[in-house]
Write a protein that binds this ligand. Structure first.
Ligand code: OGA
Ligand code: MN
Length: 291
């Protein structure tokens, strides 16, 4: 890559991921830096930028450089207010800490299932950007896997079988497993259909697109659907496929929701504070209308 930037890049995992230094993320990136970050997203899928001097303003400015910020669906669902930040962890914006028994903490345990952010939307997220302000001394890691690497491990016959399939993604299906979904919120979250196999328009690399919101394969019985979706997930999330981020305060991670799954590993919210801020960039690959 000819960047003429000060970026330094080290791999995080044999299949995907890069640790990137020599850049401060904000809305003031040079065009060269922005082009380099875009290429790194397409190539590596998960980027970790340590020691970021982050603020909400810088994060939102940077998010806008990558595309349209995605309104937080929980805030809109509950209050109708558009807010581009998700507060991840147990520390509220006023500094108050919630414990393990708080409904908000329980709700976030939905993030402990492997998922792709907003795959339940008609326009799923392109990337998520998560910055860590406070991290627990133990636990609270985030694990990532590559659906691209997993797809590339399939046989040609398997790839051919997956090619025509469409998948129903359903927020209420996945989230009801951990906590009841507010009925107003649920009413605004109808299931959507996405192609099982995606192609990156820039580099042509392919992957399947699954995760906790993937409920069924169109045209399959319930049991056939579960069998295929569970089999693909299992073959994506073997021990050796996983990169686990042990967060340090100041880390910013960008992950490509088109090609990766992630999950939180949990932490003791009674003992520890975890404060993170998340923005997302809306994707440009709309769901398909099922035939
Ligand atoms: C998220 C998410 C997992 C975690 O922020 O989208 O899934 O470790 N987070 O908090
Ligand atoms: Mn997530």
């Amino acid at each position: 890559m000819t960047t003429q930037t000060n970026l330094r890049i080290e791999p995080l995992h044999k299949d995907f991921g890069a640790r990137v230094t020599g850049i401060q993320l904000s809305g003031d990136l040079s065009e060269r830096e922005l082009a380099a970050v875009r290429e790194l997203i397409d190539t590596h899928s998960v980027l970790c930028f340590p020691d970021q001097d982050m603020t909400d303003d810088k994060q939102l400015g940077f998010t806008r450089l990558l595309g349209e910020p995605e309104p937080n669906h929980v805030t809109i669902g509950a209050t109708g207010v558009v807010n581009y930040f998700g507060t991840i962890g147990n520390v509220q914006d006023n500094g108050e800490k919630r414990g393990n028994d708080h409904a908000g903490t329980k709700y976030q345990t939905g993030n402990n299932m492997w998922h792709s952010d907003s795959s339940f939307r008609q326009l799923p997220s392109f990337v998520s950007i998560l910055h860590a302000y406070e991290v627990p001394d133990e636990g609270g890691e985030t694990a990532f896997v590559s659906e691209r690497a997993a797809y590339e491990r399939l046989s040609e016959a398997e790839k051919e079988r997956l090619e025509p399939l469409n998948v129903l993604h359903d927020y209420v299906f996945s989230r009801s497993k951990v906590a009841p979904v507010d009925p107003n919120h649920a009413a605004n979250m109808p299931p959507v259909t996405h192609k099982l196999v995606k192609t990156n328009p820039g580099n042509g690399r392919r992957n399947f697109f699954i995760g906790s919101h993937a409920r069924s394969i169109n045209g399959f019985t319930g049991i056939e659907s579960r069998k295929l979706l569970d089999d693909l997930l299992e073959r994506t999330t073997r021990e050796e496929d996983i990169f686990t981020q042990r967060w340090r305060a100041g880390d910013t991670i960008i992950w490509d929701n088109r090609t990766t799954l992630h999950r939180g590993l949990g932490y003791d919210a009674d003992r520890y504070r975890r404060r993170m801020r998340q923005t997302r960039v809306t994707g440009n690959e709309p769901g398909v209308i099922p035939s």
